[in-house]
Design a protein around this ligand. Structure first.
Ligand SMILES: C[S@@+](CC[C@H](N)C(=O)[O-])C[C@H]1O[C@@H](n2cnc3c(N)ncnc32)[C@H](O)[C@@H]1O
Length: 189
C-alpha cells in the first residue's frame, strides 16, 4: 500500500462513500486507483497531468504517490462545482501543495502546462481523447506514459483511438482490463 496520512486516507474513504450517492461522480474504482498510484511510483513521476478531476478521487491517489516521488499533479475539469469541491477535498487531505487545479476546457488548458511530463491520465469527454493525446504527447518524456480510461466500457467511442495508438511506431500500448479498461501507452522515442 502506498503510504498515506490519516487525513488523506479519510478523504479517499469519504469520496468512495459519496460516489454511491452522487449521480455525477464517475470516478475510477479503488482497484484501478491503486494501479494508478503504482504506475506513478514506477515512473518515479515528478509531473502528472490529469484530464478529468471530477471530485478528486483519482487525484487523491496521485497525491499519495507524488508524496513519495516528490512530484506535482496538474488536474483539469470543466465543471465549476467539481473544481471547487475537489480543491476543498485536496485541502482537507493535506495535499493541496502537490496539486494545481485548473478550471476550463482541457484543450485550452493543456497548452499552458509546460513539460516535461512523466504521466498523463485522460479521463474526460471521450470524443476528445485523440485531441488530448496529440496535445500532451510532444511534452511527454521518453519512457513516460499516457493512460486512457474507459477503453472497454466506452469501446465504441474509443476503438479507433486505440487502433491508432497500437499502430504508432513510437509507442507500446496495452489494455489493462481493470475498472472501465485502462489503455497504457508508453512513449518509446
Ligand atoms: C470520469 S470523470 C473523472 C473522474 C476522475 N478522474 C476520478 O477518477 O476521480 C470525467 C470528468 O471530466 C470532466 N470533463 C468533461 N469534459 C471536459 C472538458 N472538455 N475539459 C475538462 N474536463 C472535462 C467532467 O466534468 C468530469 O468531471
Amino acid at each position: 500500500m502506498v503510504p498515506m496520512t490519516v487525513a488523506l486516507a479519510a478523504q479517499i474513504d469519504e469520496l468512495e462513500k459519496l460516489a454511491k450517492t452522487r449521480t455525477d461522480a464517475m470516478q475510477v474504482p479503488r482497484a484501478e486507483a491503486e494501479l494508478l498510484a503504482s504506475l506513478a511510483l514506477v515512473h518515479n513521476a515528478k509531473l502528472i497531468v490529469e484530464i478529468g478531476t471530477s471530485y478528486g478521487f483519482s487525484g487523491l491517489w496521485w497525491a499519495a504517490a507524488l508524496a513519495v516521488t516528490g512530484g506535482h499533479l496538474h488536474t483539469i475539469d470543466v465543471s465549476e462545482k467539481k473544481y471547487r469541491s475537489s480543491k476543498a477535498t485536496f485541502a482537507a487531505a493535506g495535499v493541496a501543495d502537490r496539486i494545481t487545479n485548473h478550471i476550463g476546457f482541457a484543450n485550452e488548458i493543456l497548452p499552458t502546462i509546460p513539460g516535461v511530463i512523466d504521466l498523463v491520465f485522460i479521463d474526460a469527454d471521450k470524443p476528445s481523447a485523440q485531441a488530448y493525446f496529440d496535445l500532451v504527447w510532444p511534452k511527454l518524456r521518453i519512457g513516460g506514459s499516457v493512460l486512457t480510461d474507459n477503453v472497454i466500457s466506452h469501446h465504441n467511442e474509443l476503438a479507433q483511438y486505440v487502433r491508432d495508438l497500437r499502430a504508432r511506431e513510437d509507442a507500446h500500448s496495452v489494455t489493462v482490463p481493470l475498472g472501465g479498461g485502462l489503455e497504457w501507452t508508453t512513449k518509446l522515442r
